[in-house]
Unconditional design. Structure first.
Length: 558
């Protein structure tokens, strides 16, 4: 049998790499920030010599394995379009183990090392459960409707991926909206750029330029930005060579004292099961996109990667990421996975994680991750039988409710008795549980208009109607300037519209959407310059009177 010519690396792997790199970088920055709650400072030995190197090696292991698995699938099926499973730090486990395992131990013992040891045990336990779950995963997948597996991912994608990152775009529009326009143009319409570089790379470049050029021009829109030479210098002083260390001894010392950790199994065991189910759903998602990976070895590798992390000093499990269809639609193959593993090995062992984060703004790449979340949500409907569409829709609500509850709970916790007006007027960029209060309010104001306009822009780009997309962007800009969308006024906890040409209320906090309006004009300019000033003929449009196929098979390959 003739073997497929499956490449080690393709050009579109760069887009996939930037998407996965941004996602993983967010997790590492979360680790650095949240470990401070456990007494583990950003320049501590535990973080720099154990946690970050251990996390990097576990990421490398999984990325290499899933790249190898993609090569094996391509060889077995004689294909060249196989996409590797994405892999990285498990965000839910990171947050749960910090707040419900490590922080309580630190508060009880006032010992950063004790909190770290308990985190190691939580990570180790999660890996063991994941490894054991691999032996029943295929059986569970066979008896579970695809709609039940994919709708959960879609709900998570809407609330905890797409919504998170679209708020970041609206939070700092002068940095994020221009790269978002590039991503929408290149990934929705597959328009080739006049320069031979991937759209994701161009988005990162223009976003970084905006972050460094615009602060002097529009300082309010960049409030809280870490972009400064002084910040880079401070981060650079922490760089150096941090070789991995074996942490099995510290883990073993705690394992010998079951009375110390037995109570935390009520957190560790459910999270382990949660990870098992999540991995199964992600493998099912990949199969729906055309890449059928056997669940057992994929999940065994996931478990081994997490166990490896704990033995090398990281408290944070790794996992198969949701979003495989997004990376596949992007045109990524296996090279993006390998490149991601090598990248994080280098920055973690050299202590340059902080330097990277202070040169490249997170907002420059968030649109790529947003797009992946959108593809996951679409796949839940496209890859399930059409008769199951109501089931898919119903499955979205719990995850969306969980997202809303996270926002509500976090707002009250951060507020500490303050009103919404107090919170926003003190710091426009207040985050609660990783989510953005200001961005949430901005997106909510005039949302009926915003939903319609954004959907129209995306539909036009899919059909190659670049001029129409630019016109809709102009309408969006006009509405923002007029205050019909995005602008708001807060008096205590009441949110009001803030229409243009009306006087500000001195007793409240007012936000004008001028920056967002400029961002939409940048959308329009991008579509006209890079896409073209004319609408292209519609592709695969049904003849007049002919009904479109109700549930067409998704085209997720290039």
């Amino acid at each position: 049998m003739k073997h497929s010519n499956y490449p080690l690396f393709v050009r579109r792997d760069l887009d996939g790499f930037f998407a996965l790199m941004i996602d993983n970088l967010v997790q590492l920055l979360l680790i650095v920030a949240l470990c401070g709650l456990c007494g583990i400072s950003a320049d501590s030995e535990l973080l720099l010599q154990y946690i970050l190197p251990g996390a990097a090696l576990s990421i490398l292991f999984g990325n290499i394995f899933y790249a190898w698995q993609a090569h094996q699938l391509a060889k077995r099926e004689n294909r060249s379009d196989v996409c590797a499973l994405p892999y990285g730090i498990n965000t839910p486990s990171l947050l749960v183990y910090i707040f419900f395992v490590m922080v309580p131990v630190y508060q009880r013992t006032n010992s950063a090392e004790a909190a770290w040891q308990m985190g190691l045990l939580a990570c180790f336990g999660s890996g063991v459960i994941e490894f054991a779950g691999a032996f029943i995963a295929d059986r569970v997948r066979r008896v579970t409707p695809r709609a039940a597996l994919l709708s959960t991912l879609a709900g998570i994608a809407i609330g905890f991926i797409s919504m998170t990152f679209v708020l970041k775009i609206y939070q700092r529009p002068m940095i994020a909206m221009l790269p978002a326009a590039v991503v929408l143009l290149t990934l929705f319409s597959h328009k080739k750029l006049p320069v031979p570089i991937p759209g994701g790379l161009l988005a990162i470049i223009v976003g970084t330029i905006c972050a460094w050029v615009l602060p002097e021009v529009i300082p309010q829109m960049l409030q809280g930005s870490p972009m400064s030479a002084e910040a880079i210098k401070t981060a650079w002083e922490q760089s150096g060579w941090y070789r991995p260390h074996f942490a099995g001894g510290a883990l073993w010392e705690l394992l010998k004292e079951p009375g110390e950790w037995a109570g935390y199994m009520s957190v560790i065991f459910p999270m382990g099961l949660f990870n098992v189910i999540g991995s199964m759903q992600n493998i099912e998602s990949a199969e729906a996109a055309g890449d059928s990976y056997p669940a057992k070895p994929a999940m065994m590798a996931n478990g081994v990667g997490t166990i490896m992390a704990s033995l090398l000093g990281s408290c944070f499990p790794t996992t198969i990421y949701i979003g495989h269809p997004g990376w596949k639609e992007m045109g990524s193959r296996a090279g993006y996975s390998t490149l991601n593993g090598v990248f994080f090995l280098l920055i973690c062992l050299t202590g340059t994680t902080g330097v990277i984060s202070r040169i490249i703004p997170l907002e420059a790449g968030v649109a790529i991750v947003l797009w992946i979340g959108m593809v996951i949500t679409a796949q839940a409907f496209q890859a399930s039988p059409s008769r199951h569409a109501p089931a898919v829709a119903l499955g979205l609500f719990p995850a969306i409710a969980a997202w809303g509850a996270t926002i509500m709970q976090g707002t009250f916790l951060v507020g500490g008795g303050k009103t919404l007006q107090d919170i926003l007027s003190t710091n426009l960029f207040t985050e609660v549980n990783g989510f953005l209060v200001h961005g949430l309010v901005v997106m909510e104001r005039g949302f009926i208009f915003t939903c319609m306009i954004l959907a129209a822009i995306c539909a036009c780009l899919i059909d190659g109607k670049y001029r129409s997309a630019a016109i809709w962007s102009g309408v969006a800009a006009l509405f923002a300037f007029l205050g019909l969308t995005n602008a708001y006024e807060v008096i205590n906890n009441d949110i009001h519209f803030r229409l243009a040409f009306t006087a500000d209320n001195v007793d409240g906090f007012t936000f004008h959407a001028t920056g967002i309006g400029i961002g939409y004009l940048l959308f329009a300019a991008t579509f006209l310059i890079l896409g073209g000033c004319k609408d292209e003929p519609a592709k695969d449009e049904p003849a007049p009177g002919e009904a479109e196929e109700p549930n067409p098979k998704p085209n997720l390959s290039h």
